[in-house]
Design a binder for this molecule. Structure first.
Ligand code: AHR
Length: 703
């Protein structure tokens, strides 16, 4: 096939390097009239999971850390006792229904099975304000003229003697102070500075006298003259003696599109701006959990937040599951993208697996239920549940990923597990394509036998040298094999977010995916989010994984250089692949790794310029992407073949910086940004100067 030959030609051109002192001008030729293969319409998407406080303390709008008090069994993490007068006597304590260490009289305080732990505030001597304070996720964001929605369950006990079976022990703990009758009355709710000296917004609720839980809601509005800060806390307080119980304490700022239980606006806007075509969720490791019992429990992430107990998560902290299955789907919808749903496939991170056969069937059935929730009409059981949850319209779905990184499963059980899932899913939903997480090319001994998967998921976390070395790896992939989904990839340089050098690695790698997007049908960078807070006296460091795409704290956010590469690659993309050939591309020597030396490799050269071309065949726009990884400017010749006319003005979109380590941060968020300029060009052959360390998109109008 001619098209394939051109790919090989292009690959050959890359490998027929001249040396770095080449006298001849590097030349890139676009064979525009041979642009026949389609760019995959789903080439660029996003991947997400709960890592680095991506949702709790990230995209999910909730501002209260540990809102149902289950983050730790031993202490109310994120919460503290607030006491204006040091001489007052008060304490806070976790009360977990059914925990043996809780005094007998205190058990059974559950609101329901999910809200089974609460916080008790005992006030025994009071002359000022006493209450419970929440530090948020490394602070509470305060902005001027902003209305927050607060709610919480509270009861001030008028205790009755609990029912006791004859065989149950008499209480041994000292009785609670007999001060219950004081609790009814006003309870103050405030957003205030962490030291309590400045109140930014406050309101009251009137606590009724009752032994039963009641939910109270109110809004809190800051004034116009408030200076934005995250050095703030949320406080619920009283000035009366008593024993008070709290559960599900929640505080939401305005959310994206004002959705209930919604998302942080700045982060959401950054995602929308990428224009992703799909969202892969819920993981990643977060799908699998450390143990089989920790897998993403999609059924308990549905419905009112009152019904969500949260779960252990995979990255060292508990997930509230406020970001549940429907929130993922609505997030996808808000971005104009499609879900790419990963279903738990019976393997978890610490190595446990469920063998194919009857023991696996409940997991297969669970995945079928999940697909029905996403796509079923309202006459189906799970489709009706989705409608009851507020979304009658089914979601579009084309791909189901079976598990995650199952090459870690040394039992080799994936072959059977994949088949069992695939058979069941394709029988019930023939329109769906199941993605295998074991690409045979990388793991030949773990190959899935029988019918070859139509799509396989490959993951690459590399440094920039590796990206440059392997940027053309897909040029030579077998076109008769499965399609490729690059479901996780990143150039890992810079922390917590990537630096310019990583962006150069990313861009080079993306030119390879783009040039081969007849084969690479989908790709998504990972991880997407990172809360950049370092450890404090009371809270641990917010992130577990270095080199992420978008960084934030409670108040502000920024895109890494890699983020801007994602954005411009996604925006400036045609629908046809333009075959490109190149000559005289300068190369550089790659320093040998220990592995290379051990394997007797003497030297390695990698190109210093990377490129890809696409064309929009209805507008005639051509998008040429070129990466210059060198510290010096490089001038190249660009030749357009097979076009009649080229408009004399080109648009350049350039990302560059002065050194590879340059990066964006919370305090310097726009150091590396794309800059758009217009440039006059002369006809179909013109010279182009590429700035040092740069990614350039040249948009040309042809006919
Ligand atoms: O992206 C971070 C992690 O890397 C993912 O959770 C996992 O799939 C991969 O190993």
């Amino acid at each position: 096939m001619k098209f394939r030959k051109l790919f090989s030609l292009s690959a050959l051109a890359i490998f027929c390097y001249t040396n770095s002192h080449a006298q001849t001008t590097p030349t890139i030729t676009l064979h525009v009239d041979q642009a026949r293969a389609n760019v995959s319409p789903t080439l660029y998407g996003l991947m997400t999971e709960e890592i680095n406080h991506s949702y709790d303390g990230g995209l999910y709008g909730e501002l209260i850390r540990n809102r149902i008090f289950k983050d730790s069994k031993t202490s109310p993490e994120g919460w503290s006792l607030v006491k204006d007068n040091a001489a007052d006597n008060a304490s806070i304590q976790l009360i977990a229904a059914n925990e043996d260490h809780i005094p007998y009289d205190e058990r059974g305080q559950a609101i329901n099975g999910a809200l089974s732990t609460c916080l008790r505030l005992t006030v025994e001597k009071v002359s000022g304000r006493v209450g419970i304070g929440n530090e948020g996720y490394w602070g509470i964001p305060v902005r001027p003229s902003t209305t927050y929605n607060a709610s919480f369950y509270i009861k001030g006990t008028a205790r009755t003697e609990p029912f006791r079976w004859p065989w149950e022990p008499k209480p041994t703990a000292p009785p609670l102070p007999n001060i219950e009758n004081n609790t009814p009355g006003p309870i103050t709710v405030s957003i205030e500075s962490s030291d309590g000296k400045t109140i930014y917004a406050s309101g009251t609720i009137n606590l009724e006298k009752s032994i039963y839980w009641k939910k109270y809601s109110l809004t809190l509005t800051t004034s116009a003259d408030v200076h934005p800060t995250k050095d703030a806390r949320f406080v619920i307080s009283t000035n009366r003696l008593g024993v008070y119980y709290f559960n599900l304490v929640s505080l939401f700022p305005p959310t994206f599109n004002n959705q209930q239980n919604g998302f942080r606006t700045d982060l959401m806007q950054m995602l929308v701006d990428i224009k992703p075509k799909f969202l892969r969720f819920p993981g990643g490791n977060f799908l699998e959990g450390p143990l089989i019992t920790d897998a993403f429990p999609w059924k308990t992430t549905l419905g009112p937040i009152e019904n969500r107990p949260g779960h252990k998560g995979s990255w060292g902290y508990r997930a509230s599951d406020g970001m549940g299955l429907l929130e993922f789907l609505e997030w996808t919808e808000d971005m104009g993208a499609e879900p790419l749903l990963a279903v738990y496939a019976g393997y978890s991170l610490q190595g446990d697996h469920v063998d194919a056969g009857p023991l696996l069937q409940p997991y297969v059935d669970d995945a079928l239920d999940e697909i029905e929730y996403v796509t079923g009409d309202t006459k189906t059981y799970w489709g009706a549940k989705r409608a009851a949850d507020g979304h009658p319209e089914p979601f579009k779905l084309h791909y189901i990923e079976i598990g995650n990184e199952d090459w870690f499963d040394r039992s080799n059980s994936y072959d059977g597990r994949f088949k069992q899932f695939r058979n069941a899913i394709e029988t019930k939903y023939p329109q769906l394509t199941c993605i295998s997480t074991i690409p045979a090319k990388q793991y030949p001994s773990m190959k899935v036998t029988g019918k070859e998967p139509e799509v396989v998921d490959e993951h690459y976390y590399r440094n920039s040298w590796d990206m440059w070395e392997h940027a053309s790896q897909y040029d030579t992939y077998d076109r008769n094999g499965p399609k490729i989904f690059v479901g996780e990839w990143a150039t890992r340089e810079g922390a917590p977010t990537t630096n310019l050098n990583a962006a150069l690695g990313d861009a080079a790698w993306m030119t390879g995916m783009e040039r081969n997007s007849d084969l690479v049908i989908m790709s998504c960078y990972a991880p997407l989010f990172v809360n950049v807070n370092k450890a404090t006296a009371t809270a641990p460091k917010a992130w577990q994984w270095d080199s992420d795409l978008i960084g934030y704290d409670a108040l502000t956010s920024y895109g890494s250089p890699s983020y801007y590469v994602q954005k411009i690659f996604s925006h400036y993309l045609g629908n046809k692949i333009v075959p490109v050939t190149a000559e005289n591309i300068p190369v550089q020597n790659r320093p040998l790794t220990k592995k290379d030396s051990a394997e007797g490799i003497k030297s390695k050269v990698v190109p210093t310029i990377f490129y890809s071309g696409t064309k929009n065949d209805s507008t005639g726009n051509i998008y040429l992407k070129i990466v210059n990884t060198k510290a010096k400017k490089q001038t190249i010749k660009i030749v357009l073949e097979g076009v009649s006319n080229v408009s004399p003005e080109a648009t350049n979109i350039v990302i560059t910086g002065s050194k590879p380590e340059d990066t964006n941060t919370i305090t310097d968020p726009e150091k590396i940004m794309p800059v758009t300029t217009k440039e006059k060009i002369k006809g179909k052959r013109f010279n182009k100067s590429l700035p040092p360390y740069s990614v350039t998109v040249i948009q040309l109008q042809t006919n």
